[in-house]
Design a protein around this ligand. Structure first.
Ligand code: UDX
Length: 479
């Protein structure tokens, strides 16, 4: 084709919550006239290719807006079905030791095939990507895939810039710049003394290790949503909001065709079409959270007793998904509810039949719901989800809390039923939440529209990447 495009390589940590925002960024950058290669491990590529039709061969270019998207993967040194693949500690050791060489090979191959990489962008869960890029003299950036509030909280904790709960003072509240007072129960749970997820705390704080090597730190959020926090953290780390990446006006038609699902999505849109506007409760706890058996049972009967139509994503575990549902449940809900193992959540949340979203408050789910104007029933389980739930209910005003703020004790079927009723019965609280949800939807759409705050930020980064590429020697990608 002969056109001369600047080539950017995006490297995703192998997890759904990282792949989705990074792939959306890939499409956004391509739409602005770059050649973008999206990369993650071969094992994840295998899952993505099984679940989606168009995660294509490495030599295929998908045109998106003014640019192109392609895929190219690297090995983590383990077979797809390696027995330790689900052991996070062991896997991190493997990825961190094999990943750098595999990635360096991939980058060198791009140059030898006439697509010299001018910029590398990763999620900070793999800080070594920044080492590889800088050692090869390539400018790099990171995409933070959680909220700015959570970024700032971790940053203050890591650098001892505020007093946090300790084993001798476990209940103290934390005041951080630009944020409401956070009680211990509002903090990302990995920072609490006695957290059972020590390895995750290390992984999360490790994300900050190499940030100074990044020329751009981007966040999937938008200025209007987290303005006071962005302003207060910027003197410490300049961080640029470019979201919600999910709402990419100029790539919407292409977005529907290239998806990064790790599991095959069940098409439930026809089922949603058969329901009245704002009538269906959507329930999903993302790609990692697994509810305990007792909690599954209470959630199930609470939904059935609510008498509202519902769509519930229950991911399979090692056993089958069905066995995690109470006996006889699927028969009981015939004509009322639908249970699927994975769905196209972006399309579900955009469907007019959805009334509200019962979510674990992962940041992607939070941003997607907020961008679609869907009220939230917040049921956080751990980590940043706890802090997101605090902001959802008390700061953005778009949701109700289900159960104890910290998670933990069982939430009964009665509480599930009561919360669903409160959100859907049209009382003053529900009306206020709906109004706020619509307000944030409009702000989100505006932020990513041409000339909006996030669009301008992303354009400035694209211009900067292009400017630096022009100053580098050698040919650009010949596509
Ligand atoms: C993880 C962490 O758990 C979360 O706390 C952190 O904020 C991000 O990384 P995850 O638990 O998977 O993410 O949740 P979330 O951030 O909500 O991401 C899940 C993604 O999967 C969303 O983009 C959602 O749209 C998608 N999804 C989920 C589907 O496409 N279909 C489904 O059926 C369920």
């Amino acid at each position: 084709m002969g056109s001369d495009l600047v080539h950017v390589l995006l490297v995703s940590f192998p997890a759904q919550g990282h792949i989705n925002p990074l792939l959306r960024l890939a499409k956004r950058l391509a739409s602005k006239g770059l050649l973008v290669t999206f990369s993650t491990t071969e094992a994840i590529a295998h899952m993505m290719q099984k679940a989606n039709n168009n995660i294509t061969a490495t030599n295929t270019l998908t045109p998106i807006g003014k640019g192109y998207l392609r895929f190219d993967f690297f090995s983590d040194g383990w077979d797809v079905d390696h027995p330790q693949r689900n052991d996070l500690d062991a896997y991190m050791v493997q990825l961190n030791s094999v990943g750098p060489t595999s990635l360096a090979d991939l980058i060198e191959r791009q140059a030898s095939e006439g697509r010299r990489v001018s910029c590398v962008i990763n999620n900070p869960f793999s800080p070594w990507v920044l080492d590889v890029a800088t050692d090869m003299g390539i400018p790099c950036g990171v995409l933070w895939v959680q909220s700015c509030a959570v970024f700032s909280t971790y940053y203050h904790y890591l650098h001892n810039l505020a007093k946090f709960p300790t084993s001798s003072e476990p209940h103290i509240s934390v005041q951080l710049p630009g944020m409401p007072l956070l009680k211990a129960d509002d903090l990302p749970s990995f920072l609490l003394p006695g957290t059972p997820y020590g390895c995750l705390t290390e992984l999360i704080l490790g994300q900050f290790k190499n940030l100074s090597k990044a020329s751009w730190v981007m966040v999937d959020s938008f200025d209007e949503l987290e303005n006071s926090i962005l302003e207060s953290i910027s003197p410490l780390v300049p961080i640029t909001p470019i979201g919600p990446l999910f709402k990419s006006i100029d790539t919407e038609s292409d977005s529907t065709s290239v998806r990064g699902d790790m599991w095959k999505a069940v098409d439930c849109l026809e089922w949603l079409d058969s329901h009245s506007p704002a009538s269906v409760i959507y329930i999903s706890f993302g790609s990692v959270v697994v509810l305990g058996g007792d909690q599954m049972e209470e959630m199930a009967w609470g939904l059935r007793n609510s008498k509202r139509p519902f769509l519930w994503v229950v991911r399979p575990t090692e056993n089958s998904a069905d066995t995690r549902l109470p006996k006889g449940f699927l028969e009981e809900i015939e004509g009322q509810g639908k249970v699927v193992q994975w769905c196209p959540q972006d399309r579900v949340l955009s469907h007019p039949s959805i009334a509200c979203f019962v979510t674990h408050c992962g940041w992607n789910s939070t941003m997607e719901s907020l961008s679609c104007g869907i009220p939230i029933i917040a049921f956080p389980q751990w980590g940043d989800q706890i802090t997101n739930a605090k902001f959802i209910s008390d700061v953005y005003g778009v949701g109700l809390r289900l159960g104890h703020p910290k998670g933990g004790p069982l939430v009964t079927r009665g509480e599930v039923e009561r919360c669903v009723a409160e959100m859907t019965d049209g009382g003053p609280k529900a009306e206020e939440i709906k109004k706020n949800s619509m307000k944030w939807k409009e702000a989100a759409v505006k932020a990513v529209s041409i000339g909006g705050s996030s669009d301008k930020n992303i354009q400035a980064i694209v211009d900067d990447v292009r400017g630096r590429a022009e100053n580098q020697n050698g040919p650009k990608a010949d596509v």
